[in-house]
Design a protein around this ligand. Structure first.
Ligand SMILES: O=C(O)/C=C/C(=O)/C=C/C=C(\O)C(=O)O
Length: 288
């Protein structure tokens, strides 16, 4: 039978999650029907969503036989908004735990981009028995860089875009987001701007969260050795948001890990090197 590409509308679902005494309506996309599930966790940029971050990765994994769940973390996409004053990595992990519990999925592979990587590690540290393999891309822990002053130029532009969400600031951020900005189309800028402006409360609450706690992503370095899940770390050599040495910290901390560094690649390896990335991930997941 010919494979039918997944669509956002046909896979869009909502669940309620209790968090901090409140009920949050959480959005996710549920794609494919495989026995094994890959959860994709997006980054923290304004306008990011599961679908937007992983648009080039969903079909290859579904076609290969995986069920793919794309979670919109609270404060992004069609999920409810939140002001977060604790660890956002752990908040996202708690939300994911409730979602997989409600879907009755016992074990998941986690693929996280940037903040999504931090959240995947938080989930693994708290519920290790629920994790198969980990793929951490441009993220996995907060903390300092040995070589790059923090916040990085990318994170400064990201925060600037949250404060003043307009097309000029979006282009400034996205131009250093990827290695080769000539791949960025006006359609992509427009879609991302629309995502952002559709939920101004998300943007305002991100800033309020930063004011309440500037360190939204804790440094998990001291606990990385607890992670037993086989872990593939993926980084762009030219990442100007989360510097590559964070990937080296993950590599040295997680015993069963290996690292793939893409040349000519910024913070969005899954998009900039989609074809190779998809094959890399599939080979890793299929490996015994
Ligand atoms: O500050 C950090 O450690 C994490 C930053 C991010 O998660 C940035 C991610 C940006 C995206 O992936 C995006 O699509 O905007």
């Amino acid at each position: 039978m010919t494979y039918q590409p997944q669509t956002e509308a046909a896979t869009s679902r909502f669940l309620n999650v209790e968090e901090g005494g409140e009920t949050l309506r959480i959005h996710f996309n549920d794609c494919g029907q495989g026995d094994e599930t890959v959860v994709m966790l997006h980054g923290s940029g304004p306008g990011a969503t599961g679908w937007a971050n992983f648009s080039r990765n969903i079909d290859p994994l579904v076609e290969a036989g995986y069920r793919v769940i794309l979670l919109d973390c609270p404060g992004w996409g069609k999920s409810d908004t939140i002001i977060n004053s604790g660890s956002r990595s752990d908040l996202n992990a708690r939300i994911l735990k409730s979602v997989v519990d409600q879907l009755d999925i016992q074990k998941v592979h986690l693929l996280g981009n940037s903040m999504g990587g931090h959240s995947a590690v938080a989930f693994t540290l708290t519920w290790p028995e629920r994790v198969g393999k980990l793929v951490l891309m441009g993220g996995g822990t907060g903390g300092m860089s040995l070589f790059t002053p923090m916040p990085t130029e990318g994170i400064k532009l990201l925060n600037g875009l949250y404060r003043e969400p307009n097309i000029d600031n979006l282009k400034k951020m996205m131009n250093i987001f990827v290695y080769d900005p000539s791949d960025l189309t006006e359609a992509l800028f427009e879609a991302r701007l629309n995502n952002m402006l559709a939920r101004r409360n998300h943007l305002e609450n991100f800033i309020k969260s930063l004011e309440a706690n500037p360190k939204q992503f804790p440094d998990f370095s001291p606990r990385l050795a607890e992670i037993k899940a086989p872990t593939l770390i993926v980084w762009g050599r030219n990442d100007r948001f989360v510097p590559m040495d964070a990937g080296l910290r993950l590599l040295s901390g997680i015993n069963g890990s290996e690292l793939h560094i893409y040349r000519d690649c910024g913070h969005w390896a899954q998009w900039e090197h989609a074809e190779s990335f998809n094959q890399l991930v599939l080979d890793y997941l299929n490996r015994a």
